[in-house]
Design a protein around this ligand. Structure first.
Ligand code: RUB
Length: 345
């Protein structure tokens, strides 16, 4: 069984503290939605689907924290909690999706007790469904890869970015479970090192063959025939097929195109944002210290100006296919994504 990133237990939320990986596997327990907001902000929990479920569990804690007997008061309390949770990280759309879904459940309930029960049940269900969704995505995507393929991945779109199993790494797990011998090349993913700290840790933990490369070796490995395909996750996918994902994804996709290597994205339907245009999406800018040092060690001069976007946008023409729990969509994305959501209704 792959790692379980986030769990509801005895009216509290238990998470792996991802800031401590790979040096130690530690769990934290939260009983206050403000702690969840903080955990999302400080990357204790990260990855689009995991952030969504964390937001839902944040609202589940909020219904327990507010001890009113008045329904309107409880809804107002939840609206405020939703606002605080929403403000944590702007780019991954799964957070908005999850918070809105839970708020709809709360507003549809008729009594205070019913709100409490239905919100907690819905958040727990969302967490369970995330695992099932990843398994379906894995099954759908595993056919894209052949025995003895080496697959490159960027950032961490694994068990640690979801509740368990993973999106991009879920596809790799499923391909392996179907009997294929698959090797993985993980980029280290500067500046926060989700590749070296998290992907390398989780694949090694699960006994999957993984080699780590510096981000700067993407071109070298592709040019030397060491890569058969690429698979990454996503934080937001637009109707046009533009994919927002961890900074550097665009470079990997461009290099894959240059070398005729298929580039796939694996993400659940909750990662799609059918309303926004590329220019509407807020790209999170993170602190300079992530770039000017590694851990406590300084690697740049004091006072240097820094540009540190957490995400970039990969245009549809670089993407060979998008794997979802309801099937794989291929270009032209405007049509195939529209059809995917029409079939869902
Ligand atoms: C995470 C990141 C991941 C996607 C994965 O960034 O960009 O690739 O969230 O999502 P961060 P998915 O570590 O800054 O949160 O699991 O849907 O593929």
């Amino acid at each position: 069984m792959s790692l379980k990133t986030i769990e509801w237990k005895d009216n509290s939320v238990i998470m792996i503290d991802q800031t401590k990986l790979p040096n130690s596997l530690e769990f934290v327990t939260y009983t206050d939605y403000n702690q969840i907001a903080d955990a999302i902000k400080t990357l204790v929990v990260r990855g689009a689907p995991a952030i969504g479920v964390s937001g839902a569990f944040g609202l589940a804690l909020a219904v327990l924290q507010c001890d009113t007997k008045d329904k309107d008061e409880l809804i107002t309390y939840l609206e405020n909690a939703k606002k605080i949770l929403f403000q944590t990280r702007p780019t991954a759309v799964n957070l908005t999706w999850a918070l809105e879904k839970i708020m709809r459940v709360a507003k549809n309930a008729s009594t205070v007790d019913e709100i409490r029960k239905s919100v907690i049940d819905a958040a727990k269900l969302m967490a369970n469904e995330d695992i099932q969704t990843n398994k379906s995505m894995g099954k759908n995507g595993s056919e894209l890869f052949n025995d003895n393929d080496t697959i490159m991945t960027h950032c961490n779109a694994g068990a640690l970015a979801t509740v368990a199993y993973g999106t991009a790494l879920g596809v790799i797990r499923a391909a392996k479970e179907s009997g294929k011998n698959i090797k993985v090349i993980a980029t280290e993913t500067r500046p926060v090192q989700q590749g070296s700290r998290l992907t390398a840790f989780e694949l090694k933990h699960d006994g999957i063959d993984v080699s780590l490369i510096p981000d700067t070796a993407v071109g070298y490995t592709m040019a030397n025939g060491l890569v058969d395909g690429v698979i990454v996750g996503a934080d937001r996918i637009l109707q046009t097929g533009h994919v927002f994902n961890k900074i550097g994804t665009y470079q990997v996709a461009t290099m894959a195109k240059q070398h005729n290597i298929p580039f796939y994205v694996a993400a659940p339907l909750s990662t799609f944002d059918l309303k926004s245009n590329p220019e509407d999406v807020i790209i999170e800018q993170r602190k300079a210290s992530e770039v000017t040092g590694i851990g406590d060690k300084k690697t740049a001069p004091d006072g240097i100006d820094v540009i540190n976007p957490a995400f970039d946008m990969t245009p549809p023409e670089l993407i060979s296919g998008i794997i979802t729990e309801n099937g794989i969509v291929k270009p032209p994305y405007n049509e195939s994504i529209k059809k995917l959501f029409e079939a869902k209704k």
